[in-house]
Design a protein around this ligand. Structure first.
Ligand SMILES: C[S@@+](CC[C@H](N)C(=O)[O-])C[C@H]1O[C@@H](n2cnc3c(N)ncnc32)[C@H](O)[C@@H]1O
Length: 370
């Protein structure tokens, strides 16, 4: 098991909203760590297996009505109904395995707040190296992102130097953290371009990079579309709006990036295009469902196109949906000899478009039909 989440609080008097349970190693014994998530803090308790099972049973009886178990072979969603009946649904695995269960490793984040110049400048960390209360979620997001990149480190291990492009870097939270990890932890010569169209963010980013002595990190004022990517090993685009994510993917594919990681933002292009066939029309009757459907269709076609270009692709949950619904991450890793069937992929894209009455998917028009 990678993680077990207890959710959907039914005991309203509880102060915590959910419990995240993970295996950890303590003094060479595997235990389960229970993180009780309160609105403004987390409290962690560790239990042995017997006690954990009793606790989980008790919580599902009185406090929570749902549990999701994330494992390497599948996700299992267990629901207890008010009448006491229950059901279990399984889907493909959505989380990456944490191979290191040591307690210290869990506590020791890849990005530390201690003496961290850029996290202070970005107002994530206070003058005395403490994470500011309102920036806890951001700090977790930064670390989670770096952990995900770390799970792909075999892609970079043989390289002495790495070229990275961050498309739509904003204030640069992730650019700084990723540069820090590649340059200071992996000890790679890192040429990092953080591309952003807003002037004041570019100026501020470069000023912080100078203070942090991150000489290989440059914030560049440009649109994603106009930024020329010559050669890149890693391309990221986190929450670049609507089709800006597609423009970023185009740059990644055409520059033969080894790894493309993007977290899509709004999905307006496909939402406007959807003209559902009779069978699925009821789903698109409700605005919110149409929006979610647009997200799913857009990102599925993005994943298929990346597979068409030889990428091993996955879509995972990046951060908890509690903080934002824009929490998916598309990971695409170039694998030599990856045998994706191009005809079958094109057929799947065509079938999906027909089902949803879509004439054009922006990424398809930029890559496949150009
Ligand atoms: C929501 S922010 C995300 C920032 C950062 N990637 C993160 O996740 O912390 C999106 C950023 O992308 C920039 N952006 C959106 N479309 C862009 C485009 N076409 N070219 C360059 N920057 C763009 C916006 O100005 C904004 O700063």
């Amino acid at each position: 098991m990678i993680e077990l989440k207890l959710i959907n609080k039914k005991n309203k008097s509880l102060e915590y909203n959910k419990i995240l349970i993970k295996p950890i190693k303590l003094k060479n014994r595997t235990q389960l760590s229970f993180v009780y998530r309160f609105p403004t803090k987390d409290i962690t308790k560790n239990y042995n297996h017997t006690k954990s099972v009793l606790k989980i049973k008790e919580y599902l009886k009185s406090n929570f009505s749902q549990a999701i178990a994330f494992t390497t072979i599948g996700d299992y969603h267990f629901i207890v109904f008010p009448n006491g009946h229950s059901k279990i649904k399984s889907t493909k695995p959505s989380k990456l395995k944490n191979t290191d269960l040591s307690h210290n490793k869990i506590k020791k984040r890849l990005i530390s707040p201690k003496g961290n110049i850029y996290l202070k400048a970005l107002e994530v960390v206070s003058e005395n190296d403490l994470i500011k209360a309102k920036m806890n979620a951001k700090f977790r997001q930064i670390n989670k992102f770096v952990e995900i990149i770390d799970s792909f480190k075999s892609v970079f291990e043989k390289l002495d130097s790495i070229t990275v492009v961050d498309m739509g870097s904003g204030k640069g939270y992730l650019s700084f953290a990723l540069y820090d990890y590649l340059h200071n932890t992996l000890k790679k010569i890192t040429n990092f371009s953080a591309v952003e169209m807003r002037t004041h963010l570019v100026e501020r980013g470069n000023s912080i990079a100078q203070d942090a002595k991150f000489t290989g990190l440059n914030f560049v004022e440009s649109t994603i579309e106009n930024f020329e990517v010559k050669k890149t090993d890693l391309l990221i685009a986190l929450h670049a709006c609507d089709t800006a994510t597609d423009d970023a993917i185009v740059k990644g594919v055409l520059s033969n990036a080894k790894l493309i990681i993007c977290s899509p933002c709004c999905h307006k292009q496909i939402r406007k295009e959807i003209n559902a066939t009779v069978a699925i029309k009821p789903i698109t009757r409700f605005g919110i469902l149409k929006e979610r459907q647009a997200e799913i269709v857009t990102d599925t076609i993005r994943a298929l196109i990346l597979e068409y270009y030889g990428y091993k692709t996955n879509i995972i949950e990046f951060i908890s949906s509690e903080h934002t619904s824009k929490n998916l991450l598309i990971t695409a890793c170039k694998v030599e000899g990856e045998k994706n069937n191009p005809h079958s992929i094109l057929q799947q894209i065509s079938d999906l478009k027909n089902l949803f009455g879509i004439k054009t998917h922006y990424l398809e028009s930029k890559l496949l039909n150009s």
